[in-house]
Design a protein around this ligand. Structure first.
Ligand code: TRP
Length: 343
């Protein structure tokens, strides 16, 4: 894709990166491929904030606050286990940055309700979750809150999946409207950074691995769980007998081998053999189980260590949040003076 922004953006020490996750459960392999790996690399070259979006999680899970609370810890453990380093990346809790709530209120005046209703990602989510006309105001306006997340640290780069592009667009509309309306230039526009890596399909072959679709392998899954899940993986439904020729395209086991198995020449040979016939699914699946286990075993081990030290995780989060509070206070100061709220 030629319009892939990741090819053109300049990631330098001058960039400020913000990205985040909704804490609604532990993170899975799709997160690893699509965002976590990138964050581990980006923390070496730019100033990076990673936000645990508990307020945004509540727009959907408002009646399950305990789940959100527990997931904040789960997600934090996942971050550290994959190598996000709290010395290099500022990890913070969204709800503890009060300026985000304050900015959201101020930004809401700059966005029409019709504009919010037109956001394609929100529209799809409203359909998927069956909200219909009962959609809450909080859910409908979460892109505005996301604009506050991004601008409160004056992020210039936002690494996100393609489905988040409408949020970045919305953010930049708000930024331009704010600067125009209040005759200022204190807010800066942000650019999306879309990962180069293909999106990881779910175990069932659906386009996306997701918790709500129940087709995910979690970073915290045991070796047994991984093996069980891979054995259930979607292959080629026409490939019934070992000697039947099989299809490689759309065969999730091959998609995963392409992404995770570094012995590419061998994988190509397996593809040719599978197409000819005579190669059973179980041979491939065993190989994939080994590849995934080699990747996930050390992550799982580190994760377990962190999960046992809740005080450490809490402290780490509070320290990151404190650093973010300083940045947020400065932004808020500027915003308040631009709107003549600096009494
Ligand atoms: N909406 C994002 C998601 O569901 C999470 C998120 C919240 C986020 N605030 C953000 C991502 C700010 C990037 C920047 O994945």
């Amino acid at each position: 894709m030629d319009d892939n922004p990741s090819r053109t953006v300049d990631i330098s020490k001058h960039a400020t990166i913000l990205t985040g996750d909704r804490p609604t459960g532990p993170l899975h392999l799709g997160h690893f491929v699509g965002s976590l790996q990138n964050r581990v690399a980006l923390q070496e070259v730019a100033r990076q904030f990673v936000m645990i979006a508990d307020i945004q999680a509540l727009t959907d899970y408002y009646d399950r606050p305990e789940k959100v609370r527990e997931s904040v810890y789960e997600v934090a453990c996942d971050y550290l286990a994959v190598g996000i380093d709290p010395q290099k990346t500022t990890i913070f809790i969204q709800s503890m940055i009060h300026e985000i709530a304050e900015l959201t209120m101020l930004y809401l005046n700059l966005v029409t309700v019709n504009r919010l209703r037109r956001n394609p990602t929100v529209k799809t989510e409203i359909e998927q979750k069956g909200f219909g006309e009962q959609v809450t105001a909080g859910f409908l306006m979460y892109p505005v809150s996301q604009a506050a997340d991004i601008t409160v640290v004056r992020a210039t780069l936002v690494p996100v999946g393609e489905d988040q592009l409408p949020m970045i667009e919305q953010t930049n509309e708000i930024v331009r409207s704010f600067n125009r309306t209040y005759h200022t230039s204190i807010l800066c526009e942000a650019e999306a950074l879309i990962p180069r890596c293909a999106r990881l399909p779910g175990l069932d072959g659906k386009a996306k691995m997701s918790k709500s679709l129940g087709n995910a392998i979690y970073l915290s899954d045991s070796a047994d769980e991984i093996a069980k899940k891979v054995k259930l993986m979607y292959t080629d439904p026409q490939h019934i007998h070992v000697n039947d020729p099989g299809k490689v395209e759309g065969n999730v086991v091959f998609t995963y081998l392409d992404i995770f198995d570094t012995r590419t020449a061998e994988v190509e040979e397996l593809k040719a053999h599978y197409r000819r016939g005579g190669l059973g699914d179980m041979v491939l699946k065993r190989r994939l189980i080994d590849v995934l286990e080699a990747l996930l075993a050390p992550i799982r081990e580190r994760r377990l260590q962190y999960a046992q030290d809740r005080a450490y995780i809490r402290n780490m989060l509070l320290q990151g949040t404190e650093r973010t509070q300083e940045v947020a206070a400065r932004t808020m100061h500027d915003v308040r003076s631009a709107i003549h709220l600096d009494y």
